[in-house]
Design a protein around this ligand. Structure first.
Ligand SMILES: [Zn+2]
Ligand SMILES: [Zn+2]
Length: 254
């Protein structure tokens, strides 16, 4: 709490310093935390696999999404995790800057197409982490995205069934085990399922960073068990492919 107060005090005293480069940020900037130059340096994710948009191997099909639940039809990320996006995510999650969700959502909406009709479903935090942080950054992002895309947010559809370790220091295999059956979900409203004359409605997961996809896949499996017919996922940033190959438990930090 003292740390959080000091961070707030620092931002109060130096409200116009860019969190990435330390340069001046115009007081008129919508978020006041990252300068336009740093924002413009973020590299958008495009192309690759038609389902997950990961770069394809030189030969053969995509391996990145091969093991995902069939109900998870697609996953898109706005930007590659680089110096700029890493700093934004770090401040959004660990430096008590929930207002950065506004910038994150506007950046995502600038590169990602509007998803099909459905509900935005933020990936939940465990109770302990939520109490410590005071907010769920994915829910803040989902609310901002919902405003931009005209989609409702369903913040209580997905819940943590148990506490999990932070994924950042785990190998891909350990990530899978860490989040397996970590979520439970509520059934979709009747209008989400294919009925007479009604259009199928999506559950669109919202998360800050996609690394191996293990968390999104576990969340999608819980939604599928609860009866959600089709699921998509959007994230702000995506770890570069080489960063997903974590050796000997070495930490991928952001
Ligand atoms: Zn900057
Ligand atoms: Zn793929």
């Amino acid at each position: 709490m003292i740390c959080r107060s000091l961070i707030s005090l620092e931002r109060f005293l130096m409200p116009n310093a860019c969190i990435v480069c330390g340069g001046a940020v115009s007081p008129r900037a919508s978020d006041g935390l990252a300068c336009p130059v740093c924002v413009s340096r973020a590299r958008a994710v495009s192309g690759g696999c038609s389902r997950c948009h990961q770069p394809l191997p030189p030969v053969g099909p995509c391996c990145f999404c091969a093991e995902w639940s069939p109900r998870l039809r697609w996953a898109r990320s706005g930007f590659w995790l680089g110096d700029e996006t890493r700093a934004i995510v770090h401040h959004l999650k660990y430096q008590h800057c929930p207002g950065l969700a506004t910038l994150v959502a506007s950046m995502m909406a600038s590169t990602l197409p509007r998803p099909p009709q459905g509900w935005l479903v933020p990936v939940p935090l465990g109770g302990r982490r939520l109490r410590h942080r005071g907010y769920n950054q994915s829910e803040r992002m989902a609310r901002q995205l919902g405003t931009r895309w005209g989609l409702p947010v369903a913040p209580n559809v997905l819940r943590r069934a148990r506490e999990t370790r932070t994924q950042t220091a785990l190998t891909p295999e350990a990530r899978l085990a860490n989040v397996a059956e970590a979520f439970v979900a509520s059934a979709p409203p009747a209008s989400a399922t294919r009925g007479q004359g009604s259009e199928v409605r999506w559950a669109i997961l919202v998360d800050d960073v996609l690394t191996t996809g293990a968390t999104l896949d576990a969340a999608a499996r819980a939604l599928a068990v609860a009866g959600w017919p089709v699921i998509g996922a959007v994230s702000f940033a995506r770890a570069m492919p080489f960063e997903t190959r974590v050796l000997d438990g070495a930490a991928v930090r952001f």
